[in-house]
Design a protein around this ligand. Structure first.
Ligand SMILES: [Zn+2]
Length: 172
C-alpha cells in the first residue's frame, strides 16, 4: 500500500474497522517514512470458511455467530445488544487478521474467551456445548477459572455489575 503523499511502500495500520454490512474494511494507516496518515477501504471478496466438526465447510456468517452466542446468553443478564456487539467485534477481528479459514472449535474458543469476561452463566453454557466436557473435572476447572475472573469483568459489563451489587443474589 503506497503512501499517497510520498509514495513510500510501507505503512503501519493504526485502526481497522469493519463496515456495518461486514463487506468492507476501513483501515487507518500511517506512512513509515513521512508519518502522514491516510485511509484505505478494502472490499472483502473472499469469505471466511468455517470448517465444521464433520470436516465440511460453510461460509462464515455473522448472524449465525450471533445466534450461537444468543442461545448461550438466553435468560442471563447479557443483553441482545451486547451479544450483537460481541458478534460484530469477533467478526471484525477475524477480518482484520485476514483469517480465511477457521474451525468451529477455534471459533468457539474465541467466543468463550470473550464470554468469560462478560458473564459466568453464559460462559459455562456456551462452554458445555463447545468444549463437550468429557468429565466433571473439566467442568469444575472451567468454573474455577471463571471464579478468578469475578470482580474484573471488562468494561462492557460495568453497569450490570453495579446492578448486581445492589440487588445481590436475589436477581438470580
Ligand atoms: Zn509517506
Amino acid at each position: 500500500m503506497k503512501c499517497p503523499f510520498c509514495n513510500f511502500e510501507e505503512s503501519k495500520v493504526t485502526d481497522s474497522r469493519l463496515s456495518m454490512d461486514g463487506r468492507a474494511i476501513k483501515r487507518r494507516r500511517e506512512c513509515l517514512k513521512c508519518e502522514k496518515r491516510f485511509t484505505t477501504f478494502e472490499t472483502i471478496d473472499l469469505t471466511i470458511q468455517v470448517e465444521k466438526r464433520d470436516k465440511t465447510f460453510e461460509d462464515f456468517k455473522q448472524e449465525k455467530l450471533f445466534g450461537g452466542i444468543m442461545a448461550a446468553c438466553r435468560h442471563t443478564r447479557v443483553s441482545h445488544d451486547k451479544v450483537k456487539a460481541l458478534a460484530y467485534h469477533i467478526t471484525a477481528d477475524l477480518m482484520a487478521e485476514q483469517i480465511r479459514e477457521i474451525t468451529t472449535k477455534e471459533l468457539g474458543e474465541i467466543v468463550m474467551k470473550h464470554l468469560q469476561e462478560i458473564d459466568t452463566v453464559a460462559y459455562i453454557r456456551f462452554a458445555c456445548v463447545y468444549k463437550r466436557f468429557k468429565d466433571i473435572n473439566q467442568i469444575v476447572d472451567a468454573i474455577d477459572s471463571v471464579k478468578f475472573k469475578n470482580g474484573c469483568y471488562c468494561d462492557l459489563n460495568k453497569n450490570n455489575n453495579k446492578d448486581e451489587e445492589k440487588y445481590g443474589a436475589k436477581t438470580k
